[in-house]
Design a protein around this ligand. Structure first.
Ligand code: 4AD
Ligand code: MG
Length: 476
């Protein structure tokens, strides 16, 4: 008997076939004085529950009594029939002969935290281990997986090589000091009863494992740049960590980032790559996750699909930081920004969103930012005031991508490192790239969770990653 998946096999063409379907009960209702069960079953392949009608003649029927509440797991062997109900085209009828129901795990209805009624996103967050049972988080998980797939497809088909960069590092890529330090629980480790050799006595693992302070990486960029300046087109895709204020709906302490790096390329090549990649991802979800996007359209953001279609339809706006400041200043009386706009400020999400939502009504790429608000590795422009940085700002989210052309001139790089209060010697290997066959190159980082927010309309970043990490939350 064929074991089916709802997303693929539960259509009219299957009527008359006997199949096996496994899943979790959303709701169960007894009818006909206990001789029938009407069950809404979900198998996790689609945000749609399938009606299963179980007749008392089916093998295993008696095991359901008192056990088949919301959350129970079942295997149902039955026949696909046209549904008399108007909510679905087909349903599964489990009725003799040759049918069966198997209860894998029952639930105590009083204990199970999920019920038929919708739950708030906050509540679901408090049960991160069970929330993938909700249609919302199920759809997020599918879109997330699809966007990861799209990422690899896009870069692979454009000739980029996937490079794994380390998570533990001594270098602070952004120079912002927002790193988590790595230590160990093993103190004064010994091997075969003898202390491990170490200059000056015992080996203290927590201090000496790496022989210098080591941290969880804030970005794979510096490491991937080395590979870029050997292999030309590369990208990395992995978790990154920031000990910054994560008490917002757009920041996490642990998030995933995609970072391509392109040799012999300037800031404009970088923008084109960013736009092409973002559009590829959105289009991929529209083709492969239609049911999930329709679910989000219905439950999260009316107009989502139209917004995504618009994003694909037109080129993103491109303007310099200086031009954007001028526009924002002109708009200030109307917009009433909390933080006043003047040249030199680090734009807040209120400014970024205003540009994308109100002024352009589509994604905007800002470039040539003041050097004082950007990282040391960004290429200094001729004006000596700005750097060749670019951010992609999207409606409803703000910054989704941050990137730049990299400083390839050693003397300028050293000056910038020093200006920013950092030590050139800490970046010795990064400097080597500028000593040996330096080339113009550019790259960017896309915050994967922000891409998922953009694609689903979900407003809190904590709901687009399976196990969000933010202050006070590292448990489940
Ligand atoms: O702008 P950022 O800090 O750029 C970098 O890390 C560069 N090294 C990237 C590069 O050029 N290779 O971060 C890039 C993106 C942001 O645009 C944002 O989407 C996301 O990463 N991001 C965060 N996402 C979730 N939580 C946080 N705390 C984030 N910080 C940045
Ligand atoms: Mg940034």
């Amino acid at each position: 008997i064929k074991r089916i998946v709802v997303a693929e096999d539960m259509g009219k063409s299957m009527v008359g076939q006997t199949v096996s379907l496994c899943g979790w009960v959303k709701t169960a209702r007894e009818a006909d004085k206990g001789k029938l069960y009407f069950i809404q079953l979900n198998d996790g392949s689609i945000p749609l529950d399938i009606q299963v009608v179980i007749d008392s003649s089916a093998k295993g029927f008696d095991s359901l009594k008192g056990q088949v509440g919301t959350g129970a797991s079942l295997k149902c062997v039955g026949k696909i029939v046209e549904s008399p109900g108007k909510n679905q085209a087909v349903e599964l009828l489990v009725k003799e002969p040759g049918t069966e129901v198997v209860l894998f795990g029952g639930v105590d209805a009083k204990e199970y935290p999920l019920s038929k009624k919708g739950h708030s996103h906050e509540f679901l967050r408090s049960i991160a281990h069970l929330r993938p049972r909700s249609n919302l988080i199920g759809s997020v998980a599918r879109v997330r997986a699809a966007l990861a797939q799209a990422t690899h497809e896009f870069f692979r088909s454009n000739g980029f090589l996937y490079v794994h960069t380390p998570l533990i590092t001594a270098a602070d890529c952004e120079g912002a000091g927002e790193m988590f330090q790595v230590t160990t629980m093993m103190m004064d480790a010994e091997k075969d009863g003898k202390p491990l050799p170490m200059v000056g006595g015992k080996f203290d693992y927590s201090k000496d494992f790496f022989q210098k302070p080591a941290f969880l990486t804030v970005s794979g960029q510096l490491s991937v740049e080395n590979y870029c300046c050997s292999l030309s087109k590369v990208y990395t895709f992995g978790p990154t960590f920031r000990a910054e204020n994560s008490h917002t709906s757009r920041h996490l302490a642990e998030f995933w980032m995609i970072e391509p790096e392109l040799a012999f390329a300037d800031i404009f090549d970088d923008m084109t790559l960013a736009e092409d990649y973002l559009k590829y991802c959105v289009k991929y979800a529209m083709v492969h996750n239609r049911a999930d996007l329709e679910f989000f359209e219905d439950k999260i953001e009316k107009g989502l699909i139209k917004r995504l279609e618009n994003l694909l339809a037109e080129p993103f706006a491109r303007l310099t930081y200086t031009e954007a400041i001028k526009i924002l200043q002109d708009e200030s009386p109307k917009a009433g920004f909390q933080v006043p706009v003047e040249w030199g400020i680090d734009l807040g999400s209120e400014h970024e969103r205003y540009l994308a939502e109100k002024v352009y009504k589509k994604p905007v790429i800002l470039y040539n930012y003041p050097k004082d608000i950007k990282a040391f590795y960004m290429r200094l422009n001729e004006d000596n005031k700005t750097v060749a940085a670019m951010d992609v700002l999207a409606p409803a989210i703000g910054e989704v991508i941050g990137g730049s052309q990299r400083e390839e001139r050693l003397d300028v790089l050293d000056r910038r490192i020093t200006e920013m209060g950092l030590e050139p010697k800490d970046y010795w290997w990064y400097r080597d790239l500028r000593r040996f066959g330096s080339v113009p190159h550019s790259g960017f980082g896309l915050g994967f969770e922000r891409l998922i927010m953009l694609t689903t309309g979900i407003e809190n970043i904590r709901d687009v990653i399976p196990y969000p990490r933010y202050p006070g939350h590292a448990d489940c």
